[in-house]
Design a protein around this ligand. Structure first.
Ligand code: FMN
Length: 389
């Protein structure tokens, strides 16, 4: 299959991955209403078509939390992404580095922070969940600091993991360890390329950052059980202080969907927030990020950088999010699918396509810089705004 659109990787990923991994990646919480809303609402954004404005070589670079990015794009944290290709997070981090795009490693990655950080010359970002074991959190923050991570994304929308029916149907969750392993091996043998490349040659299959804690209990069920029991439902805004004390670099709070929470994050000294509903994987019924974004961006003004994710599958989607007030956009499933489909080469190709689409959409939007991008849900008002520029 010839890749012409960034979303083409999804079908390749579906063919390549055993179902327990593809459904984990593709699925959302409960009835997947919010998952669908993210895409549907983003498609409703109207971009302003402007002409004869000398748009040769639009500049898509941005400044986020005092860091210059060549594109308004970050590869966001995806748990278990390393299972999508052999030592997958290392491949994705290298691909991102080729474009100067930040790669953010999840707490629950397959490869450890040390392995990924040393696989690329470019500093990676690290994502942390609030976990019951504050000692582990402090140790991970120390490790991130030592490994030269350029920013910390602190994810706050998972006090408890959402309920994802697809994981139960696919055999990732809800089975005994033995039944689960038999089911997954049965799926793997029907996907021999993945089975050989990742299943056999991509070992060990552990959560690199928490494996030392689990010692010999390192089966997939052990990790899933660890994840379920170690997220901290007691977490509150005051716990941010703990993170601030242990992390000295740029701090980005991810999982904000409400303007009050955005203002709270700004007041507590975060450098940026990510407007996110975890890709529709947590509270089903929650608002889409595209709908939540404009009010949040307006309510925090210039006090804090506003990033966003959710349903972004193309460069045009990136431009739509910028039109709604985001500084930059995190890719989620998009990069994980490209990784599953073609490894490092796939992620490089994905970013190439997105880069070209952003530049083309900016030129057709009459925007030489990202600040000049215009559009919105309510086009007449936004167009009038653009006229004043
Ligand atoms: C399979 C999968 C695993 C994820 N794991 C994490 C994670 O470990 N940490 C985190 O902060 N967000 C995680 N997310 C959420 C993403 O960072 C991001 O918010 C979401 O994927 C954006 O939506 P999109 O995939 O539709 O672009 C995960 C998302 C998916 C699809």
């Amino acid at each position: 299959m010839k890749i012409v659109s960034p979303d083409d990787f999804r079908l390749l990923a579906k063919n390549r991955l055993p179902p327990f991994l593809f459904e984990y990646l593709d699925g959302g919480a409960n009835g997947e209403v919010t998952l669908a809303r993210n895409r549907d609402d983003l498609a409703q954004v109207v971009l302003d078509q402007r002409v004869l404005r000398t748009v040769k070589g639009p500049d898509p670079s941005v400044r986020v939390a005092s860091m210059r990015l060549p594109l308004p794009v970050i590869l966001g944290p995806i748990g278990l992404a390393g299972m999508n290709a052999r030592r997958g997070e290392c491949q994705a981090a290298r691909a991102a580095a080729q474009h100067g795009v930040p790669f953010c490693l999840s707490t629950v990655s397959a490869c450890s922070l040390g392995e990924v950080a040393s696989s690329t010359p470019h500093p990676i970002w690290f994502q942390l969940y609030m976990m019951r074991d504050r000692g582990l959190m402090a140790a991970l923050l120390e490790e991130a600091q030592t490994r030269g991570c350029a920013a910390l994304i602190f994810t706050v929308d998972m006090p408890v993991p959402g309920i994802r029916y697809r994981d139960y149907r696919s055999g990732l969750a809800g089975l005994s360890p033995l039944a689960g392993a038999i089911r997954r091996i049965g799926q793997a043998v029907k996907h021999p390329r993945w089975a050989w490349d990742v299943g056999v040659r991509g070992r060990p299959h552990v959560l690199g950052n928490v494996a030392p804690l689990l010692a010999r209990r390192s089966g997939l069920e052990d990790f899933m059980a660890w994840m379920r029991s170690n997220f901290d439902p007691d977490v509150s805004w005051s716990d941010l202080e703990f993170v601030r004390r242990h992390w000295r670099g740029p701090l980005i709070i991810k999982g904000i969907l409400n303007p009050h929470d955005a203002r709270e994050a700004a007041a507590l000294g975060a450098d940026a927030i990510v407007v996110s509903n975890h890709g529709g994987r947590q509270l089903d019924g929650a608002m889409s990020t595209a709908r939540a974004l404009p009010e949040i961006a307006q309510s925090v003004g210039d006090r804090i950088d506003v990033l966003v994710d959710g349903g972004v599958r193309s460069g045009v989607d990136v431009v739509r999010m910028l039109a709604l007030g985001a500084k930059a956009v995190l890719l989620g499933r998009a990069w994980a699918c490209a990784l599953a489909a073609q490894g490092e080469r796939g992620v490089i190709r994905l970013i190439d396509l997105i880069d070209a689409e952003i530049r083309t959409a900016m030129a057709l939007n009459g925007a030489c810089t990202v600040d000049e991008i215009s559009g919105g849900f309510d086009l007449p008002r936004d167009v009038r705004g653009a006229e004043r520029r």
